[in-house]
Write a protein that binds this ligand. Structure first.
Ligand code: GUN
Ligand code: ZN
Length: 435
């Protein structure tokens, strides 16, 4: 659709976490704002009245008023090969994995299936206003090739990796400590740092990796100290008992990953529901991130993410919010935030809409260590944007008639909104899709 020179709208972004810094410090809102874009980056941000006169004659300006314009949403945990696993009727995690997920993921040995799924997957993320994601592919290198190629053709910022898994699943889904290492290394050499793509070392979880494989993952991590690591941690009781059985020398689940050098900055731990205080401290001290996946945790009956405990830890654990497709049940980060709100309400905790929108943007960018590139509106950051309409459905429009504040409007968006509230998505200053 071509790049635009400026986007006008009700601009909203965050400079800090409103929970820590207070709303006054953290929230930036410009009622009639203008983002001036250049070469896919934000060049200027401010009042339309002061920036419009500076624009060159004939500049292409898109006016999204009265809608909100935010930095593109970020999803730091989801699975490419689970687009046809979502909404599979099952019991708990391990049963769901064996019965559906480990069957479906075998198809991703086929590059054409992986390519078709990648097209759908990125279309759907953009339709939901998600412009950056951290993605688990299948065990097959072909699935990473397909996703990176598709993301590159759209210039999307993406973090992804092939899952390393050498036991506890059907044979066609298994690599070995050696092949998992070698295939990951080859993918890193080919793709890592190419355009907006970066690789994540991805041992699936301790249940499906032998000690030799975790050691190989740790070796890769040591060779690439700045690279993302992603895995699952402490999601389900039976999973935790299995890890305790398989790693009898380890004092807890987190210590297994610590032993292999996998707990550090830019390490993303999905779920983190049943952690002890020691484990939270280990994550906090390492600067690793706990990624909450509320729709998944409710769907699989895994448990409730304890945000207050993460915040109380010294130093606090960085927290991200993610869909976890296909254990998760919605591609929409708005719908995901709504479920986190309810998960916290069940524990007598609260999540303000400012905190929730911070999480979906700057908070997730910080959890990924990408806040020097995305997540806010600052000159030099990449111009990934989402345009949101809090009156997108009849129920939302009806409720909006009585809304008086930005706080209330954002709460309507997160509690009632989903893909229907997304009016436009921009990647590096270019509008995507056709709506
Ligand atoms: N733990 C290991 N693999 C998975 C997965 O694919 N989904 C979820 N929710 N948990 C996991
Ligand atoms: Zn997951």
């Amino acid at each position: 659709m071509g790049a635009v020179d400026a986007v006008r709208g009700r601009l909203l972004w965050f400079e800090a976490d409103p929970y820590l810094a207070g709303e006054e410090e953290a929230v930036r809102y410009v009622e009639d704002g203008l983002l001036v874009l250049k070469d896919g980056l934000v060049e200027k941000v401010g009042e339309a009245s002061s920036l419009l006169p500076e624009l060159a004659e004939g500049a292409r300006i898109v006016d999204h008023r009265p809608h909100l314009v935010l930095p593109g949403l970020i999803d730091p945990h989801l699975h490419l090969p689970q687009t046809q696993v979502i909404a599979s009727y099952a019991g708990h995690l391990l049963e769901w994995l064996q019965k559906y997920t480990f069957v479906e993921e075998q198809k991703y040995a086929d590059p054409e299936i992986a390519a078709a799924a990648s097209r759908f997957f990125l279309d759907e993320l953009l339709r939901c206003g998600t412009t950056t994601a951290a993605v688990y592919c299948s065990v097959h290198a072909a699935s990473v090739e397909a996703l990176f190629a598709e993301a590159a053709s759209r210039n999307i910022r993406l973090v992804a990796g092939k899952v390393m898994m050498d036991r506890g699943a059907p044979a066609p889904l298994l690599d070995t400590a050696e092949t998992g290492y070698a295939q990951s290394k080859a993918l890193i050499e080919k793709w890592h740092g190419r355009g907006r793509l970066s690789y994540a070392i991805t041992p699936r979880f301790a249940v499906t990796s032998s000690e030799a494989q975790l050691e190989a993952a740790g070796a890769l991590a040591a060779e690439h100290p700045e690279m993302h690591i992603q895995t699952h941690l402490s999601e389900n009781d039976l999973e935790i008992a299995t890890v305790a059985r398989d790693f009898p020398w380890s004092e807890d689940y987190t210590a297994v990953y610590e032993r292999y050098g996998l707990v550090r900055r830019k390490a993303l731990f999905g779920h983190c529901i049943h952690l002890s205080a020691r484990e939270r401290r280990a994550l906090g001290e390492a600067g690793a991130a706990a990624i909450s996946c509320p729709t998944s945790n409710l769907f699989l009956g895994s448990g409730l993410f304890d945000l207050a405990a993460m915040r109380k830890t010294h130093p606090p654990v960085a927290v991200g919010l993610a869909t976890d497709i296909g254990g998760g049940t919605s591609y929409s980060m708005l719908a995901t935030a709504s479920e986190l709100y309810k998960v916290l309400a069940l524990q007598d905790q609260r999540l303000t809409p400012f905190e929730a929108f911070h999480m979906m943007t700057l908070g997730n960018a910080e959890a990924l260590g990408l806040d020097d590139r995305i997540g806010a509106f600052r000159p030099g950051l990449e111009a990934d944007l989402v345009v949101l309409d809090a009156g997108a459905t009849p129920a939302m429009a009806q409720r909006m008639e009585t809304v008086e504040t930005l706080f209330q409007e954002l709460f309507v968006l997160m509690m009632l909104g989903d893909d229907r509230a997304v009016k436009a998505t921009y990647v590096m200053g270019e509008r995507t899709g056709t709506r």
